[in-house]
Design a protein around this ligand. Structure first.
Ligand SMILES: C[S@@+](CC[C@H](N)C(=O)[O-])C[C@H]1O[C@@H](n2cnc3c(N)ncnc32)[C@H](O)[C@@H]1O
Length: 286
């Protein structure tokens, strides 16, 4: 794991409060990478990532899902609409909560979605209240990842699944230049740390889950940053961001750093899943 001690939680919240409108204009309702298969549009690639993540964790129609770090509710609304899921979205940002609630209203999923403004590291849900813990590109922002995994594993019913899409540090040992690249990404994108795929596996297992799958999607997501870089260059986002705050400019400047980190192997992008085991009697009948 590579850490950046300068990141604070209030900076993360302020970033999402301020930047969500930029994300919406630059990238659409999802704040995550696209997953390319051919020459589809960025919007199609973003939906493909959700579909692929749903397939990885064996999402079923009607599942009760908690969407940790739900952003503007892009995944939550999609899962409610296309999989008939009941989704509770959690975001640190009050502005995003508002975007998510409005999005659900407009897309007709208000009865199946519920959005909370809460810190995922502090929020509590009753034990066994969800079939799926779903998190796309949020765990990078958590400060105490092992404790979060142990806690959220208890929210799953036996047989429930956890699905995490995450920016990952490349496998150890990393060369010094690659460690620096990952550090710069952490600093620019406000991640207190980036774990390796092996770290995530360890956190699942320490939380009492059975590790199921890891898919490395790096080569299929990297186009995201080429598109974003082109869109920033063509638009007035950079001059607007300078008027917002210094972190926003640093964030835009690090688009090249992240591209570089993916291309050199310093960083990977992965979808990881795990399962809460069934009690011994039920699993032998299953
Ligand atoms: C990169 S965005 C991903 C958003 C969403 N999952 C999507 O794919 O569109 C990261 C999200 O994590 C949320 N986040 C960061 N730290 C958090 C925390 N401690 N508790 C809850 N949400 C958090 C941010 O508010 C933001 O919504």
């Amino acid at each position: 794991m590579i850490s950046c001690s300068t990141v604070t939680k209030s900076e993360i919240r302020v970033h999402y409060d301020l930047a969500t409108t930029f994300y919406r204009l630059l990238w659409g309702p999802h704040i995550h990478h696209g997953l390319w298969q051919a020459d589809e549009s960025p919007a199609e690639a973003q939906v493909r990532l959700i579909e692929a993540a749903a397939a990885c964790c064996g999402l079923r129609r009607g599942d009760r899902v908690v969407d940790i770090g739900c952003g503007m509710g892009g995944s939550s609304v999609y899962l409610a609409k296309h999989f008939d899921c009941r989704v509770t979205g959690v975001t640190l940002s009050p502005v995003q909560r508002l975007w998510a609630s409005c999005g659900a209203l407009i897309r007709g999923t208000r009865g199946k979605t519920n959005f909370l403004r809460a810190d995922a590291e502090r929020v509590e849900f009753p034990a066994e209240s969800f079939d799926v813990v779903w998190s796309v590109e949020c765990t990078e922002h958590l400060f105490d990842k092992p404790t979060f995994f142990a806690k959220s594993a208890r929210w799953l019913r036996p047989g429930g699944r956890m699905m995490i899409c995450a920016w990952l540090a490349g496998p150890e040992p990393l060369a010094e230049a690659d460690r620096r690249r990952v550090y710069d990404v952490c600093e620019g994108f406000l991640c207190p740390s980036l774990g390796t795929a092996a770290d995530y596996r360890g956190w699942f297992e320490a939380g009492g889950l059975e590790f199921s799958t890891y898919e490395d999607w790096t080569d299929r997501v990297v186009e995201t940053w080429e598109v974003c870089r082109r869109r920033v260059e063509k638009s007035r986002v950079r001059s607007l961001s300078a008027a917002v705050n210094r972190n926003m400019t640093l964030f835009l400047d690090r688009f090249t750093t992240i591209l570089d980190a993916y291309k050199t192997g310093a960083m990977r992008y992965g979808c990881l899943t795990a399962r809460r085991s069934l009690p011994r009697k039920e699993s032998s009948l299953a």
